[in-house]
Each structure stands twice: as structure tokens, then as C-alpha cells.
Design a protein around this ligand. Structure first.
Ligand code: SF4
Length: 436
């Protein structure tokens, strides 16, 4: 047992925040105490993300800030930056004590003990994925109305701009029974919504007794849990949108009518360069089928703007796709090169001014579409899952619609964790406001 205290700082995607909850559980199970403030903790863990360019720089500047506070803390860098930069991290900042890749968080308590006892720097960046999944079956202590559960890790797709296949390794799925047990456990503690997470979540495939069990099977299994009212899954790849999964959006009423399906670009030339393995026609066909089975379904996406070689015509094709599909939420970024990826060796001739202009045109369009969509809810009633209550005014609550819109509502009768009919009274492009 270790009586020390710790603080975890998370960067990046939802999977990283989920991993941080797991790290917290693993350390608490070994007797360590979580602190809410970094300066009160003996051990500081930076759970890093390498998807965006600035993330790695931010980690080093945060480590600098912590070591200014005190030189006595044990500093551990875990996650994707740790995996990508490996022992180079010790050269860049000598105050780092532990470097640990995303597959081996269960080793962290032992590494903290050994590093402190022997005053040595320790590193582990091996890919032992099945071992990790054995350990993440440990009890997760998080509470909340919406709970994320990792079901799949890694990626075999090798998009030319992305580091994930290198930092998270090949696609690997977790046993569906373990996932169901975790869903039962979090729902018994108050989770009404389960979000199934994976880098390629719809590539989920667990082979058991000679039979393949896919995401459709898993969603149906989880929907048997009475307390679970809503199920979502993210992030999906278009090439793994099977006919069964598409159909399930009309067959399973706990599966929400909202899908995050990154397209990245509307241009076939750019999609090919990105190695996305589908064309804009394929993407349109998937959306057409989804809407055929469930006309209410809404789609969100990711876009990369200014990928090397993107012409004005390529960009116009992206705008055309956005106008057609009418994505109701989206994330859009200017392309940034990640060391070690295929696209890092491509010549980037587009000026930063042009990239910024294109991003701003795209974001304006996405914002207009989102606002129009939100306005269509005005004066209507929508089912909202109430997630939390304002601390300063107990009459104000926050929740989400089935389509992932944020709703701020006023009421003296709603309960956290319940689905309520909320009358929408106003909106902006980001949120809806209403009364219940
Ligand atoms: S599908 Fe492409 S973007 Fe997504 S994790 Fe894999 S390589 Fe990265």
C-alpha cells in the first residue's frame, strides 16, 4: 500500500479522460489519495494526447510550472506523447521520473514505488494490450449520469496524418461480458447513459467460442440493462459502418439518433491522399442509408483544412458536402504535421493565411447550419437527460437532447438522471435554453 497523494492532469480526447478515471481507480485501490490541487499532491501524472500539434508543447510547459512549485514531486508522463517520444522525454526535461505508454497503466503504482525508493527514472512503452484490458476491469469509481466505457483500442487504418496507429497499436477489442459488467456497475451507481468508446469503435469485434461479436451485438447486450436509458458510441470510421449497425439505429430505441462520423474532407483527391479508404460518394451513401432507416438521425463530423495539396476546388467540395449533409455539430482544425506520419514528408505549400481563411469560411458555414437546426426546436418539447444542477442556483440544470445538444433549463421539479420533456424557449448555435 502507498499512502501518498496524487493529481492527474488530462489532455485531449474523451478516451484520455476515461483513462484518467481508470488511473485514479488503480492508484486509489493501492491506497493513494487523489488531490484536487496539483500543489497538494506528492505525485503528478500528466495523461497526454498527441493528436494536436500544441499538446506535446503544453505538457513540457506544465511540467516546468510544477517543478517551479516544488522539486520533491514525482512526475509521471503517461499516454500518447509518452509512447511517441519515449526516453527522449527524459532528455527534454530531466525532472520527469516516469514515462509510461497507454497500454500499461496498471504498472503505475509499482513504478511510482520503485522510482521513489531507488531514485531512478523508469520507462515502459510496450504494447501488451490484452493485459491492459485485464486490468481496466478493475472497479471504476466515477459517478455521473453519463458514463464512458472503453470497448476497443488502437487502429489498423493508418490515415496518413495520424499518430494513433503508432501510439496505441493495432485494433484490439475487449470481452463483451466485461464491458456489460462495467455498464451494470456504473448504471447501478447512477449512470443512465453509456458512451462506448474506441479509436475505431465500430471496428469492435470480439471472437468468442468461434463466433464474432460486433458492436451491434454489444449495443443490444447493454440495452438489456434496465437502468440504461441511452447508448452512444464514438469515434466511428465510415468503412466500419456495417448494414447491421446502420439498421440498429431504427431497431434499438436506446441507441441515440446521433452519430459522430468523421469525414475529414469532401474531396476525393484529398481523401485518397489521407488514406481514408472511402470516397465522398461512399460517405454520402452511408448517410443516405442511415437516414433511410432513421430519418431523425443527425450527424456530426471532423474536418482537416489545408491538408498538403488541398486546392480551392478541393475545399469547395468540402463546403458542398457540408451544405448537403447539414452536420449539426463538428470539429474543424487546420492540418498540423505529426512527426513520423506519412503526410509529414509531403510538401505543405498552402500559406497559413489561406488555411486560416478556409477554416473561417467552413466554421461560419457549420455555425449557420447548427444555428438553423437549433432554431427548429424553438417552442417545441424535447426529451432531455438531466446531467447536473447549478451550484449557485438550484433551479438551473444542464442536460442533453438525444441529438447531443446542450440544454440549460430552469425547473423546480426535474431530477438528475431523469429524462424530462423540456420546452425550448431560446437558443444560440451552441446551446438550447428551456423550461420543464
Ligand atoms: S482511423 Fe485514421 S484518424 Fe482514426 S485513429 Fe485510425 S489512423 Fe487515426
Amino acid at each position: 500500500m502507498n499512502s501518498k497523494s496524487f493529481f492527474v492532469k488530462s489532455y485531449g480526447c474523451q478516451m484520455n479522460f476515461y483513462d484518467s478515471e481508470k488511473i485514479t481507480s488503480i492508484l486509489e485501490n493501492k491506497g493513494m489519495t487523489e488531490k484536487e490541487e496539483i500543489n497538494h499532491a506528492d505525485v503528478v501524472i500528466f495523461n497526454t494526447c498527441n493528436i494536436r500539434d500544441k499538446a506535446a508543447h503544453k505538457v513540457y510547459s506544465d511540467i516546468g510550472r510544477v517543478t517551479k512549485l516544488s522539486k520533491d514531486k514525482t512526475i509521471a508522463v503517461v499516454g500518447c506523447v509518452a509512447q511517441a517520444e519515449n526516453s527522449e522525454m527524459f532528455n527534454k526535461n530531466n525532472n520527469i521520473d516516469i514515462v509510461l505508454g497507454p497500454q500499461s497503466y496498471h504498472l503505475l503504482p509499482q513504478m511510482i514505488n520503485d522510482s521513489e525508493k531507488n531514485k531512478e527514472k523508469l520507462i515502459n512503452t510496450d504494447f501488451i494490450i490484452n493485459e491492459k484490458f485485464d486490468y481496466i476491469n478493475e472497479e471504476k469509481k466515477s459517478k455521473g449520469v453519463s458514463s464512458a466505457i472503453t470497448i476497443q483500442e488502437g487502429c489498423d487504418k493508418f490515415c496518413s496524418f495520424c499518430v494513433v496507429p503508432f501510439t496505441r497499436g493495432p485494433e484490439y477489442s475487449r470481452h463483451f461480458n466485461d464491458i456489460k459488467l462495467e455498464a451494470e456497475s456504473v448504471s447501478a451507481r447512477g449512470a443512465s447513459e453509456i458512451i462506448l468508446l474506441g479509436q475505431n469503435v465500430n471496428a469492435y469485434n470480439y471472437s468468442y467460442k468461434g463466433k464474432n461479436h460486433d458492436l451491434t451485438h454489444l449495443i443490444n447486450l447493454i440495452s438489456e440493462i434496465n437502468e440504461v436509458k441511452r447508448i452512444r458510441y464514438t469515434t466511428s470510421h465510415p468503412i466500419n459502418m456495417s448494414e447491421e449497425l446502420i439498421k440498429l439505429h431504427s431497431e434499438n430505441n436506446k441507441l441515440m439518433p446521433f452519430l459522430h462520423l468523421p469525414v475529414q474532407s469532401g474531396s476525393d483527391q484529398i481523401l485518397k491522399k489521407m488514406n481514408r479508404k472511402y470516397s465522398s460518394y461512399d460517405y454520402r451513401k452511408i448517410i443516405e442509408k442511415l437516414k433511410k432507416y432513421n430519418p431523425n438521425i443527425e450527424i456530426s463530423s471532423d474536418f482537416i483544412i489545408g491538408y498538403p495539396g488541398e486546392t480551392e476546388k478541393d475545399f469547395d467540395e468540402t463546403l458542398k458536402l457540408v451544405e448537403e449533409i447539414k452536420f449539426t455539430q463538428s470539429y474543424s482544425f487546420i492540418y498540423s504535421e505529426r512527426p513520423g506520419t506519412k503526410s509529414a514528408s509531403e510538401e505543405d505549400e498552402i500559406s497559413s493565411k489561406v488555411k486560416k481563411e478556409r477554416l473561417s469560411v467552413l466554421q461560419e458555414k457549420l455555425k449557420d447550419i447548427q444555428l438553423e437546426y437549433n432554431k427548429s426546436f424553438y417552442d417545441k418539447s424535447v426529451k432531455v437527460l438531466v446531467e447536473n444542477q447549478s451550484i449557485s442556483n438550484p433551479r438551473y440544470f444542464f442536460g442533453r437532447t438525444p441529438f447531443m445538444q446542450s440544454v440549460y433549463l430552469e425547473s423546480d421539479r426535474v431530477k438528475i438522471g431523469e429524462e424530462m420533456d423540456v420546452k425550448i424557449t431560446s437558443c444560440n448555435h451552441k446551446s438550447l435554453y428551456g423550461i420543464a
